[in-house]
Design a protein around this ligand. Structure first.
Ligand SMILES: Cc1cc2nc3c(=O)[nH]c(=O)nc-3n(C[C@H](O)[C@H](O)[C@H](O)COP(=O)(O)O)c2cc1C
Length: 197
């Protein structure tokens, strides 16, 4: 199979945007302290409404909590993600201590996640987000208060590994995918009913 990146940008964007993709085959090579610090530092500088910075990243590498973190993944994700040298779960502070529910908390947290992902790409590190997690277990096992936080997803980070380390069915999908055309998602002016309604 041809594993060169098939993505073609239709405008002049930084290569980072098309080079970031979500592999499943990770090398077990540990991230350095500098790599790890850079990822979370990038997330820290994400913009947020009222500068609330509602994100919370809990992560583990090869420490004593690693089996606990891995156990939160649904089995389909655990099958490949447990190899990656860093695993994390991302929470958004969706209810504040004074009972407010900022409507942008999840959006802001997405911005922080994307900052982390792009910083990773810039350092030759891959990340892969995972909605396939046991959400109840994420709160219970990680000690996060579900009254105030919403778990968004899990993720792993590391250097990409050889596709043949994956089970057959995943190996076939181990390449960068495509996108809808830009015109489908970014339009100039208001939406108005067309000739067909
Ligand atoms: C919030 C979120 C949740 C995701 N959940 C999963 C998941 O549970 N399992 C999985 O294999 N991939 C998951 N993905 C990866 C997406 O399928 C992937 O990002 C999408 O197909 C676009 O491909 P790309 O990231 O390679 O550009 C998730 C991605 C995001 C951002």
């Amino acid at each position: 199979m041809d594993r060169t990146n098939p993505r073609i940008a239709t405008a002049d964007v930084e290569p980072l945007f098309v080079n970031r993709w979500s592999p499943r085959s990770f090398s077990t090579e540990p991230l350095t302290d500098g790599d790890r610090a850079a990822l979370f530092e990038a997330a820290r500088w994400a913009p947020s409404s009222f500068n609330r910075q509602p994100w919370l990243f809990l992560y583990e590498t090869d420490g004593p909590d690693r089996p606990l973190f891995d156990s939160i993944l649904l089995p389909g994700n655990r099958a490949w993600a447990a190899r990656a040298p860093l695993i994390g779960f991302i929470f958004a502070n969706t209810t504040t201590a004074d009972g407010k529910r900022p409507r942008t908390a999840q959006f802001d947290t997405g911005a922080a996640w994307m900052s982390l992902a792009l910083q990773a790409t810039a350092r030759g590190i891959s990340v892969h987000g995972m909605a396939g997690i046991d959400r109840d277990a994420a709160y219970a096992k990680l000690g996060v208060d579900a009254r105030f936080y919403t778990v968004m997803c899990g993720f792993v980070a590391g250097r990409i590994g050889p596709p043949d380390a994956l089970p057959e069915e995943l190996r076939e999908r181990e390449y960068p995918n495509d996108r809808k055309p830009t015109e489908d998602v970014a339009r100039r002016g208001a939406l108005r009913p067309g000739p067909n309604g």
